[in-house]
Design a protein. Structure first.
Length: 160
């Protein structure tokens, strides 16, 4: 039971971690990789996919260290939680929102409509600045995001 709780808490923690990495790293100094995700993709991969490899490394290391015995089941649980978040991210973001796998999905629930719309509004800007909705499993209401987009555009206009 304890290890299942560690996995669940890790998955929840990862949404906050992913938000911070997306907002301040991917749209900051890591834009050189993430920019490919904000442009049309040519082929099955984009430079941004390297982030999946980078974020998988701690999960792999924790699972390995836990299973082989040196760090124990807590490390394994943390690694599994990170991996589960990665799988959830892949399903939500790559498969359902961006349809990078041949699945035709039309969101029907209010939650999924909000996630898809939030991510589409994130892509309403083409540069690294001015974007909104940096989470993957949580998105504010569309009306809030549209208001933020207008405010960001007005602020950028004032600065130029």
């Amino acid at each position: 039971m304890l290890y299942a709780l560690i996995i669940l808490v890790t998955v929840l923690f990862m949404e906050g971690f992913a938000y911070a990495m997306h907002r301040w790293v991917m749209h900051g100094p890591g834009w050189f990789l993430h920019a490919s995700h904000h442009r049309p993709r040519h082929g099955p991969f984009e430079w941004n996919d390297l982030y999946a490899v980078i974020f998988a490394l701690p999960s792999i290391a924790l699972i390995y260290a836990g299973v082989q015995g040196s760090w124990g089941p807590v490390a394994t649980s943390l690694g599994v939680g990170i991996a589960m978040y990665g799988l959830i991210y892949f399903i939500f973001h790559d498969a359902l929102v961006h349809q990078r796998v041949p699945i035709r999905y039309v969101p029907r629930s209010a939650y999924m409509k909000r996630i898809v719309q939030g991510h589409r509004l994130h892509h309403a800007t083409h540069g690294r600045k001015g974007s909104v909705s940096f989470g993957f499993l949580y998105a504010p209401k569309a009306v809030v995001l549209k208001r933020q987009l207008r405010a960001n555009a007005a602020r950028a206009e004032k600065q130029s």
